[in-house]
Ligand binder design. Sequence first.
Ligand SMILES: Nc1ncnc2c1ncn2[C@@H]1O[C@H](COP(=O)(O)OP(=O)(O)OP(=O)(O)O)[C@@H](O)[C@H]1O
Ligand SMILES: [Mg+2]
Length: 203
Amino acid sequence: MTVKSSNITAVPHRVEREERWRANGHKGGVLWFTGLSGSGKTTLAFELEQKLFAKGYQVYVLDGDNVRHGLSGDLGFSPEDRIENIRRIGEVAALFAEAGYLVISAFISPYRDDRRLARQATDEGFHEVYLSANLATCEGRDAKGLYAKAHAGEIPDFTGVSAPYEAPEQADLEIDTGKLSVDESMALLHDYVAKAFHLSGDG
Ligand SMILES: Nc1ncnc2c1ncn2[C@@H]1O[C@H](COP(=O)(O)OP(=O)(O)OP(=O)(O)O)[C@@H](O)[C@H]1O
Ligand SMILES: [Mg+2]
């Protein structure tokens, strides 16, 4: 992105990225969940956070609804505000990852371009995870009653109903949470993390 300020100079850290990784016993990076409302992002993110934390991981979830209370409290759901919301989260996730954390982000993040920018912010440690339950499944669940409200015209710009969702073309991991159970989905995530965040050279 274009940076507005002038007269700014980046200062290098004296702790190397790999030193942080060694101290934590795993690489830092971002597991970026994307999928429709009701596809299971929050369910799987917090379950995975708890499991990985118990195994000693430095792990933290950034979740849609929580972030909208603080960091993005000034934003709505118009296309421009969604872009800015994901831009902020992408940058925050990148900072956490640089600090050595395994970040799990749980946002619908409906636009491909926004996810590409988030990937660029973190670079090589970014993993896109597509929770691909289809619209009919998610509407059928309607855990928060939001689809019913969206169909009644009470929520404008609702993804899948009155706003687009651009599915990933090449996700690093796809889990059809419409077909698999929470436990089966967790097993796939767990295997993926064990490989992708494994420190080489530690056996
Ligand atoms: N394989 C699965 N993975 C995750 N959730 C599942 C799965 N199978 C069924 N579910 C159910 O689907 C619902 C998913 O709701 P959840 O709030 O996690 O979705 P979300 O993607 O975070 O939605 P939103 O974008 O509105 O925050 C839960 O009720 C969960 O129990
Ligand atoms: Mg959620």
